[in-house]
Design a protein around this ligand. Structure first.
Ligand code: ATP
Ligand code: MG
Length: 396
C-alpha cells in the first residue's frame, strides 16, 4: 500500500454521537485528547470537526504508523480511517482519482468491492446511486479482475461529498469508550500486579481521568518493585493522560498491624488502611471514586465478605470493574493494552510480605473493627507520618 497518498485521518466516534445537547462537549474533549496524544509525535497536526466527524490533518513528513498507533490509545475513537481529501474538479477527475486510489491502496486486485457514495451537499449534479454506478464502472474498466459484491464486499469504498470529497476504505479499530475528561476523576489503587492496571484502564475508558496510589514497604519491597509500578503507570497514562502517582511508604503501618492484630486478619486490616489512605488522596486530587483490581474469590481478601470489610472504611464508592472477570480474561486485556509483560516481572509486593498462612475468608466486620482498636495508640501518628512522606510522581 502507498501510505504517502494520505495526509488526513477521519476519526469516527460512537457513543458521543448520542449525547444530545452536550455532544459538543464530548467532541471538544475528544479533540483535546487527540491533540494530547499527538503532542509527542513529530510533525504538526490540525484536529478539527465538522458535524458528526473529526478530522486530523497531518503536515508533510509525518509518520503514518505512529499517528495511527497514537490514535489507537485515545478513548472515544472507534474507527480511524486514512482518508483522501479531494477538491471537487468535476466527476471525470473524481473517477480518475478513485481509480488511482484503488491502485495505491490495493496493489493486489484479487478482491470484491462496492462503492458507497453519500451526498451531504445536495447541489452535487448526480445522486448517490448514479455516483455508485459510475464510479463502480470506472474502477471495473481500469481493473477488470475486480468483482463487485453488493452484499459482503471485501472493500467498501466510501465516497462522501461534502465541502471536499472524502474517499476512504480502510477502517482501523480504535479503543472505543468515552473521551477522558468527560467522566470525572478516580483514584486507582495501583499495585505491580496484572489486575489493577487493567482496572484503571477499563474505568478510564469510560471517560474517567485517573490518579493513583501505590503502597510500598521498603526495605521489604525494593526500588525495582517501585520502578515497575511507575512503568505500569506510564503504560496506562498513554491512554488515560497524566497520572499523579502517590507512592506511600506503608512499612510502619504494616509492622504495627503485624505486631498488634491477629495474623489471620492481617490482609483485611491492611487493605482497610489502604482504602482509607487512598480516600485521603482522592479528596486531595478531586477524585470521586476509588478503583481496584479486585475480582470475587480470587484470593481470601477478595471474597464478597472481605469486600464488605474493606468497603465500610471509606465513603467514596469503590469501582471494581474486574469483579466478575476470570483471571484469563484479565490477562487477555493486559496483553492487549501492553501491561502484561511488565506486570509479570517478578518483584515482591507489599501484600505478599506479611501474609498469614490461613487468612480469614469470611471476616466479621465487628470483630475486625474490635481488633483494629489495638492500633489506637499509634495509628494517628503513623498515618500522619505516611501523609508527610508520600512521594508524588507525575507520570505522563
Ligand atoms: P493486582 O494484580 O492488581 O496486584 P492481586 O490479584 O495481586 O491484584 P491483591 O494483592 O489482593 O490482588 O490486591 C487487590 C487490589 O488491591 C489490587 O488490584 C489493587 O487495586 C489493590 N492493591 C493491592 N496491593 C496494592 C499496593 N501495593 N498498592 C496499591 N494498591 C494495591
Ligand atoms: Mg497485587
Amino acid at each position: 500500500m502507498n501510505k504517502e497518498i494520505f495526509h488526513t485521518f477521519l476519526v469516527k466516534y460512537a457513543e458521543i454521537g448520542i449525547k444530545g445537547k452536550n455532544r459538543y462537549m464530548f467532541e471538544d474533549a475528544l479533540i483535546s485528547q487527540i491533540q494530547r496524544g499527538l503532542s509527542h509525535v513529530e510533525g504538526k497536526f490540525s484536529v478539527h470537526k465538522t458535524p458528526g466527524r473529526i478530522y486530523v490533518d497531518c503536515s508533510e513528513g509525518f509518520d503514518y504508523d505512529e499517528v495511527i498507533d497514537r490514535l489507537k490509545h485515545i478513548f472515544g475513537i472507534i474507527w480511524i480511517c486514512p482518508v483522501l481529501c479531494l477538491e471537487d474538479k468535476g466527476f471525470e477527475e473524481l473517477g480518475k482519482d478513485i481509480v488511482k486510489y484503488f491502485d495505491d491502496v490495493y496493489p493486489d486486485k484479487n478482491l470484491t468491492f462496492k462503492v458507497n457514495a453519500r451526498r451531504n451537499r445536495k447541489n452535487y449534479p448526480m445522486d448517490s446511486m448514479e455516483i455508485n454506478a459510475a464510479l463502480g464502472e470506472a474502477i471495473l474498466d481500469a481493473y477488470p479482475e475486480l468483482k463487485v459484491d453488493v452484499h459482503k464486499p471485501q472493500v467498501m469504498l466510501e465516497v462522501e461529498i461534502r465541502d471536499l470529497i472524502y474517499v476512504y476504505s480502510r477502517m482501523i479499530p480504535g479503543p472505543g469508550g468515552m473521551p477522558v475528561g468527560t467522566g470525572g476523576r478516580g483514584m486507582l489503587l495501583l499495585s505491580g500486579g496484572i489486575d489493577s492496571p487493567v482496572a484503571g484502564w477499563m474505568v478510564s475508558k469510560r471517560g474517567v481521568s485517573i490518579d493513583a496510589v501505590y503502597f510500598h514497604a521498603p526495605p521489604y519491597t525494593s526500588e525495582r518493585a517501585k520502578q515497575k509500578v511507575i512503568d505500569l503507570a506510564k503504560i496506562i497514562a498513554e491512554y488515560t493522560g497524566p497520572i499523579r502517582l502517590h507512592i506511600v511508604n506503608f512499612t510502619d503501618i504494616q509492622l504495627a498491624i503485624y505486631e498488634k492484630c491477629p495474623h489471620d486478619e492481617l490482609t483485611i486490616i491492611m487493605r482497610r488502611y489502604m482504602m482509607r489512605i487512598a480516600e485521603h488522596y482522592a479528596h486531595e486530587c478531586g477524585a470521586i471514586g476509588l478503583i481496584t483490581g479486585e475480582s470475587i474469590g480470587q484470593v481470601a481478601s477478595q471474597t464478597m465478605a472481605s469486600m464488605v470489610s474493606t468497603n465500610e472504611v471509606c465513603e467514596l464508592p469503590v469501582y471494581r470493574p474486574l469483579v466478575a472477570f476470570d483471571k484469563q480474561d484479565i490477562v487477555t486485556i493486559a496483553e492487549k493494552i501492553g501491561t502484561y509483560e511488565t506486570s509479570i516481572l517478578p518483584f515482591e509486593d507489599c501484600c505478599t510480605i506479611f501474609v498469614a498462612k490461613h487468612p480469614v475468608t469470611k471476616p466479621n466486620v465487628n470483630i475486625i473493627r474490635k481488633h483494629e482498636h489495638h492500633l489506637d495508640d499509634v495509628i494517628e501518628d503513623l498515618l500522619n507520618k505516611v501523609y508527610e512522606t508520600t512521594e508524588v510522581v507525575e507520570v505522563k
